[in-house]
Ligand binder design. Sequence first.
Ligand code: SAH
Length: 362
Amino acid sequence: MIEMDKRINLTGFSQIELVSFIEQTGEPAYRGRQIFAALQHRRLQSFAEMSDLPRALRERLQETASTSTLTVESRYLSEDGTRRFLMKTHDNLPVETVFIPEQHRDTICFSSQSGCPLQCTFCLTAQLGLLRSLTPGEIVEQVIIALNDAYGVGETSPRGTNLVGMGAGEPFLNFDSLMKALRIMADPQGLFIVPHRVTVSTAGVVPRIRELATIPDRPNLAVSLAAPTNEMRNELMPINKKWPLEELLGACQEFEQTLKAGERFTFEYVMLDGVNDSDEQARQLANLLNRHDLHARVNLIPHNPADPLPYQPSPATRVEMFKSILESKGVRAFVRRPRGRDIFAACGQLAAVTQTVGLTAS
Ligand code: SAH
């Protein structure tokens, strides 16, 4: 029997919402601001730790509100320093988050859904199907948990934090919760991770790309292509049947035209050995982007293999050749180095895999 938590999750409240929630309980507004800072700046995960609040208030809040709804089930540490957190929601669904330390900054890769409804054939998450979309609070809490684990509760990180919405799920099929979570995390009195530190990746939900083009405070955008023709993309990413390449790239072009200084827009192209990595396909890809007058860089991601997936990563020499063909046609390209492959933490490997390798005591 699963214990359903019916209490309201304050981690998913903006500062304004938290203030009005607290005022409705008859408390002064400053208590709301205090609780927002406790959750989002001091990253406290229980009322018990908020010792600057009167005990009676804490006990009263405890009955109707919660400060944490995710529990960490296991934590895996890669030999490259990447950490994968396998968590559970209050209704017992898997949520995965990856912390990737880099020299000058850290990147936290969060999930927008438990499982994923898209059926990309090269991605392990697809095999879970969609369990459900995550709430704003569940998105924010992933970041809080990862930062607390890396640096200690509330401790500031010595490096900047970047966020990528590239974990499990399709962020643009959970657009409102995603945008709300990003606004909460951008608050200077909270986590203070501003939109230009965030990149959200979509498999190509065209209406939301168009919508993002009209939003001023928006994250950077990445669009997953994986194929240079509709025929191949239909096969690898069935979402292409709904929004085929011309429509997708038309929306991308509209988006690119609204880019402001400092904003980034990229394409992702997973490299599958012998499937989408030929010289001819590189030329097709370059022509496609040039025809749509797109200047965004292409990130080439060597496929991260997993047992049930019928693909192998393209060899490094093939990836380099593909890259140089793109470049010879004026398309900027960059080869992404996989992180955390050994602990199933790399792109497309999040499928709530439990293992004994890399498992650490938390
Ligand atoms: N649904 C979103 C975000 C999650 S996937 C999207 O599709 O963009 C994040 C990135 O990982 C995508 O670019 C996807 O193409 C890539 N990816 C998926 N499976 C992969 C795998 N097995 N190896 C390498 N990259 C993969």
